[in-house]
Design a protein around this ligand. Structure first.
Ligand code: RIB
Length: 302
């Protein structure tokens, strides 16, 4: 178990509404779905759950509303043993994601940010202190809260991992010197203008991301192709492991959490990315967001 790591995640907490269907509707088309369900989600909460299932001590920093979904999501995090004392419950409405899932496991997601966009930057950064080993953030909350939290973590010399989801051109220049920046393909395009389709384009995009963020490592998540690692001098592509795809939702969250945790333990970015690849492969073979995250035993036996 990754037992001795104290991690914090500053990020979104959503209720996910998942509708499964044979194939996505075209614009203007009205179709019949197969099943629907509600699940715990949000990129931040998913990453907190993944870290916890792998054995870390985890503190969640974020915001919900004092409503039914907010209560249910906090109860779930508490039941997993995640510290929620830094989650405020005074937002206007708890975040909601509508996820359309087709029979090939591909999804389309629309998020109503609600409380996630109302996080107090000072309260969030105050929750980060030198007792932590690791901080994870994503871009599904207000930009000011991300920047304040990351800058505090860099100041405290905490390993800081920036997951760039969802895709947007975030002000990376306002938070310099993070440890790892890790966008997926569409997020890379949004941040650099480059689609990471070839070795050359992966290298060009990685260099732009390094320049913009001054990150020690740039790790691009390349979906079924695995990931790439740029350390400032060398580019390495690391293929992922085959699996039967059921649902790709939160596979990136799972990758980020496992990669970050292994890096915090070993300091080895390649071992870390291998764990990320394994973790993502397990996640895509299961339905849902937080429910698809593997335990440490599942990960090392994969
Ligand atoms: O990364 C997957 C997550 O994105 C889902 O759980 C959904 O809440 C959206 O935020």
């Amino acid at each position: 178990m990754y037992k001795n790591i104290r991690a914090a995640v500053m990020g979104s907490i959503n209720m996910d509404f998942i509708m499964s269907m044979e194939k996505m509707p075209e614009c203007g088309e009205n179709i019949v779905g197969n099943t629907y369900s509600y699940a715990n989600g949000g990129k931040g909460a998913n990453q907190a759950t993944a870290l916890k299932k792998l054995g870390a001590a985890v503190k969640m920093i974020g915001k919900v509303a004092d409503d039914t979904n907010g209560h249910s999501l906090i109860n779930n995090l508490n039941s997993l043993g995640i510290d929620t004392t830094a989650v405020a419950a005074d937002g206007d409405v708890t975040g909601l994601a509508v996820i359309m899932l087709d029979s090939e496991g591909k999804n389309r997601i629309v998020v109503y940010e609600g409380a996630n966009a109302q996080i107090d930057p000072k309260a969030a950064s105050d929750a980060v202190d030198g007792t932590l080993d690791l901080l994870l953030v994503q871009f599904e909350t207000n930009e000011e809260a991300v920047i304040a939290t990351v800058n505090k973590a860099v100041e405290e010399k905490i390993i800081t991992v920036v997951d760039c989801g969802p895709a947007k051109n975030f002000s990376l220049e306002k938070m310099q010197g993070v440890t790892i920046i890790t966008p997926n393909e569409s997020e890379t395009k949004a941040l650099t203008g480059i689609s990471p389709d070839t070795q050359e384009s992966i290298l060009s995009a990685s260099k732009i991301l390094e320049e913009r963020s001054k990150a020690k490592y740039v790790v691009l998540k390349l979906g079924s192709r695995g990931c790439s690692v740029w350390d400032g001098t060398k580019l390495k592509i690391m293929p992922t492991y085959p699996s039967d795809v059921v649902d790709t939702t939160a596979a990136g969250d799972c990758f980020t959490a496992a990669m970050a945790l292994e890096y915090a333990v070993s300091g080895d970015i390649y071992k870390a990315c291998d764990m990320g690849n394994k973790s993502g492969s397990i996640a895509v073979s299961r339905l849902g967001a937080d429910a698809s995250m593997p335990t440490y035993e599942e990960l090392i036996n994969f």
